[in-house]
Write a protein that binds this ligand. Structure first.
Ligand code: ADP
Ligand code: MG
Length: 242
């Protein structure tokens, strides 16, 4: 579904991604772990073309989509691949409902009635219907992040990328967000998740990839990575997040 071929990303003289090769398969949940500054967020940004790679190619559904700045291809890729950030990123001056129905109307040309009907259905699935007219600032971090997730879903993405979606949350709110993500995984959504939540990785992850210094040092099933990693650096990192 997404393929990275020899993707290199440099910022000035700083090579942040060093020839990444990776495939994200339909219906799979890939979990990315690795030290701070190793290039995890940069890797996600190449996948949905928030940034263009310095060299190498990004393919979506078999077609090369990188290197075509501000084209129809870029626009379609943004639509197909949603992203959820650490810091929720809801529009502060929009209500919850307005946050969810904005992009479906503007980008997908849905009618307001149609977008609203779907938004209300998504809100009821996460038990937040009564918050539809509230503003983001009046909600807890966990509620805001759950809304950010369904706002992405309202765009009918083929893949959802998550960049440390629970790491800005108070500990008591982590589970409610992970629960929404687990249900999504079980529904068959293709997901790439940067997270150090091992319970999540073990329950729904198909693969865990350890990123170190701009490279995928190793990848395997969660069981293998967490219990029998090949590389000393991987074992050392895992012992720190346990
Ligand atoms: P991680 O998500 O694993 O913590 P990042 O992908 O955010 O790592 O960052 C990897 C490296 O790239 C860091 O050294 C960071 O300073 C650098 N970097 C990330 N984004 C930019 C940018 N927009 N401009 C310059 N350097 C950046
Ligand atoms: Mg990051």
């Amino acid at each position: 579904m997404i393929e990275l071929r020899n993707v290199v990303k440099k910022y000035g003289n700083n090579t942040v991604l060093k020839k990444i090769n990776m495939k994200v398969h339909d219906g799979e949940v890939d979990v990315i772990i690795g030290p701070s500054g190793s290039g995890k967020s940069t890797l996600l940004r190449q996948m949905n073309l928030l940034e263009q790679p310095t060299s190498g190619e990004v393919l979506v559904d078999g077609d090369v989509v990188s290197g075509k700045v501000k084209s129809e291809v870029t626009r379609k890729t943004h639509e197909k691949i949603g992203m959820v950030f650490q810091k929720f990123n809801l529009f502060p001056h929009y209500t919850v409902l307005e946050n969810i129905i904005h992009a479906p109307q503007v980008v997908r040309h849905e009618s307001k009635a149609q977008a609203t009907e779907e938004a209300l259905s998504l809100l009821s699935q996460i038990g937040l219907t009564e918050k539809k007219d509230s503003y983001p600032a009046s909600l807890s971090g966990g509620q805001q992040q759950r809304i950010a997730i369904i706002r992405s879903l309202a765009m009918h993405p083929n893949v959802l990328l998550f960049d440390e979606p629970t790491s800005a949350l108070d500990p008591e709110m982590v589970e409610e967000v992970l629960k929404v993500m687990k249900n999504l995984a079980k529904s068959g959504m293709t997901m790439v998740v940067v997270t150090h939540e091992m319970g999540f990785a073990k329950q729904v992850g198909d693969r865990v990839l350890f990123v170190d210094d701009g490279q995928i040092l190793e990848e395997d099933t969660p069981e293998k990575i967490f219990e029998h990693a090949q590389h000393e650096r991987t074992r050392d990192f895992i012992s720190k997040i346990l």
